[in-house]
Design a protein around this ligand. Sequence first.
Ligand code: FRU
Length: 316
Amino acid sequence: MNRFALIVIAILTVALAGCADKQTSDETTKQFVIGMSQCNLGEPWRVQMNKDLKEAAAKHPEIKMIFKDAQNNTTTQQSQVKELVDQRVDLIIISPKEALPLTKPVADAMDAGIAVIVLDRRIEGNKYTCFIGGDNELIGEEAGRYMVELLDGKGNIVELKGLMTSTPAVERHNGFMKGIEGSQIKIIYSVDCHWLEPDARREMASALTRFPGAGDIDAVYAHNDPSAHGGYTAAKLEGKGRENAIKFVGIDALPHEGVAYVRDGILTATFQYPTGGSEAIETALKILNGEEVEKDIILGTRVFTADNVADGGQAL
Ligand code: FRU
C-alpha cells in the first residue's frame, strides 16, 4: 500500500469515528433526567401520585426519573431540591410541603436554567415553569354548597383543616366559606390537622368533648379523606353512637380510600383531587422538547356519594 492510500484510509477512519461519535451524542441528548421532589410518602394519596408519575414515565424510555422523599420535613425538601439542581437534572417536578419556604429553592432552580413543574400545592409568586393541580377553591365551594343541601341550610360544622401553610388548605377553606355563604350553617370548631389522620382524630376528640350534646355537631368538613376518617374514628371511639348522627365529608376520593369509605357508609361524600401525575410527565416532555405549555394547568373534580358511587361518581 502506498503512502497516499494510507493517508486516505486514515482520513476515512477519523471521519467515520466522528460520525459514530455524533450518533452516540445525538442519542444521549434525547435522554432526559427528571428529578421529583415529593414532600412525603406517608399518605396514600402521595404514594398514588408517585405511582402515576412512574407509570406515565415508563411509557417514555427517553425519561429517567430520580425520586426524592422529604418525609414531611420542609428543610429536607429544600436541600433535596438543591441536590437536584447540583446534579444538573433536566427538569424538576416538585410537590412542595409548604408554599413560602419552597419558593426560593424553586427560584434558584429556575435561575440555574432548570425548568420546574409545581404539582398540587403551590409556591408563592410565579417563578416556576408550570403549575399543575386541582381547583381547590372550587372543590371547597362545591363542598360548601353540598353541605348546605345536605343540612337543609342550617347546622353546626367542625372543620378539620389541612396544613394551613400549604395552599390547598387555605383555598379549600376559602372556597367552603363561599359555598355556605347566605346559609345558616356555622363553623363551630375549626382546627389545623396538618393533613394527618392522627391529628384529626385527636382534634375531633376535643371537639366532641367541647360539644357533648347528641345534636351539637351536625357535620364534619375535612380537607382530606384521612382527616375525615380520623374524625369518624374519634366519634366512634367516644362510644355514644355519634358517628352515625354526624355526616362526614372529605376530599381526595382515592378508589381504595375515600371512595371505599363512601361505599361503606363512613363518609357521606368525597370530592376527587386528582394527583396530576400523568399530566406532569406529558407536560415535562413538552417542555423538554422546547414546546410552549400553559402556565397553569387546572384539573377537574368529581363528587362521590352513596347515590352515584356505583356509577363512578359525578363530574363537577
Ligand atoms: C396528601 C394530601 C392530600 C391532599 C393534598 C393536598 O399529602 O394531604 O390528602 O389532598 O395533600 O396537597
